[in-house]
Design a protein around this ligand. Structure first.
Ligand SMILES: *Cc1c(COP(=O)(O)O)cnc(C)c1O
Length: 377
């Protein structure tokens, strides 16, 4: 057995879409990007969707759209992929790390305690696809006059209060990296309900150019463009977007399949003592971007030892979500976040991908239970 922890689902449809768009000769930010944006907006229920090169650049733009810059503070979890914090630094601002709760999502009470006169926004993460309590964060942000930005890198297709993530706030940013539920190779998407923000995002992603290539191409009169502010090259290519259009068609099915596998794990592991399994909040549903479990004190095997034993049986796992404040890049902050650190150290991400053959799911279940029993005796 050789079971990976994750694998993107890509088929003939994606291959053909990429092939076809190459032969149209329009390969970046053209008609396919527009189509992908329209489809993504419709899927999430957002008013506008703006495609970008990846989620990190999308989050950077979100900061700029909120006029966040030098000296400003943005509260975010440390327990997240490091790009969450980096996007704040890219804007010249300072990430203020707050604790998370046992569902890996930002703790609203701890976040609120860290608000200062310099705070401009809260960057909430729907960690590994699990929806955070958006209304609670919205309330805190409204009370303190802050922007709410959602890092929905992992959360395409997750929902909160019967609406898809992407339709609740002014700035939500998704990732299409292969480790997420749908992929364009690399890629990202900003969704918003505000036309002014969508317009400025479109401007900034293409060098601050006053007219986009598609509009200029279709124009019947000559258009001489201007560059109205210093922008960036954060474009998505049409090749990526063509793949994304096919991936989006599969998203609901992919989530159903992931949910089925997750339920098998949850049923099989429910009786194992000192093990905490993922639980969906009453207010939403996850897309199971990752199946992360927590080994409570008293669990018979040490985390890294368990990962090694599973690897010896041909099963890849990953440690829990990282803490940015522990990475060398942020060590100088000298922070200690005991709850987040404990979560990182005691969590394991199990294999989950589509299509994961039932024999493989069963093999992981038996191997995992076997290792728990072996040491328990
Ligand atoms: C993957 C991820 C990112 C970065 O996404 P990219 O598209 O690779 O830039 C940001 N935040 C979180 C929470 C992620 O999981």
């Amino acid at each position: 057995m050789n079971i990976p922890v994750a694998k993107p689902f890509l088929g003939e449809e994606e291959a053909k879409a990429a092939h076809d768009v190459v032969l149209t000769h329009w390969v970046t930010q053209g008609p396919k990007v527009k189509e992908f944006e329209d489809n993504f907006a419709r899927y999430t229920g957002a008013q506008y969707a703006v495609a970008v090169s990846n989620c990190t650049t999308g989050l950077h733009l979100a900061m700029l759209l909120c006029h966040i810059g030098s000296g400003d503070e943005v509260i975010c979890p440390s327990l997240s992929y490091i790009a969450t914090a980096n996007s704040i630094v890219h804007a010249g601002a300072n990430p203020i790390f707050a604790e998370v709760r046992s569902d890996y999502n930002l703790d609203p009470d701890d976040a609120e305690k860290r608000i200062t006169p310099k705070t401009k926004a809260i960057l909430v993460v729907h960690q590994i696809g699990m929806p955070a309590d958006i209304d609670r964060f919205r309330q805190i942000c409204d009370n303190h006059g802050l922007f709410l930005i959602e890092d929905a890198a992992c959360a395409a297709g997750s929902s909160y209060k019967d609406k898809k993530i992407g339709s609740h706030s002014d700035l939500v940013v998704f990732s299409f990296h292969p480790r997420k539920v749908i992929t364009t190779g690399d890629g990202g998407m900003i969704t918003t309900s505000r036309k002014d923000l969508a317009d400025r995002a479109r401007l900034l992603r293409q060098h601050g150019m006053s007219v986009n290539d598609r509009v200029r191409h279709e124009a019947k009169t000559v258009i001489i463009e201007d560059h109205v502010e210093v922008g960036y090259n954060y474009r998505m290519t049409d090749i990526q977007a063509a793949v994304g259009i096919e991936q989006l068609k599969r998203l609901d099915w992919l989530i159903e399949e992931r949910r089925r596998i997750a339920q098998k794990y949850t049923e099989a592991f429910a009786e194992i003592p000192h093990l905490r399994l993922p639980v969906e909040p009453e207010s939403g549903t996850t897309n199971y971007q990752s199946y992360s479990i927590y080994l409570e004190p008293g669990f018979p095997v040490e985390r890294n030892e368990l990962m090694q034993r599973l690897l010896d049986r041909g099963i890849s796992t990953r440690r829990g979500v990282m803490n940015s404040h522990r990475a060398t890049a942020y060590k100088h902050l000298n922070l200690h976040l005991p709850f987040s650190e404990d979560l990182e150290d005691r969590s394991i991400i199990l294999p989950l991908y589509v299509p994961m053959p039932p024999e493989e799911v069963q093999y992981v279940i038996e191997a995992f239970r076997g290792e728990c029993m072996r040491t328990a005796r």
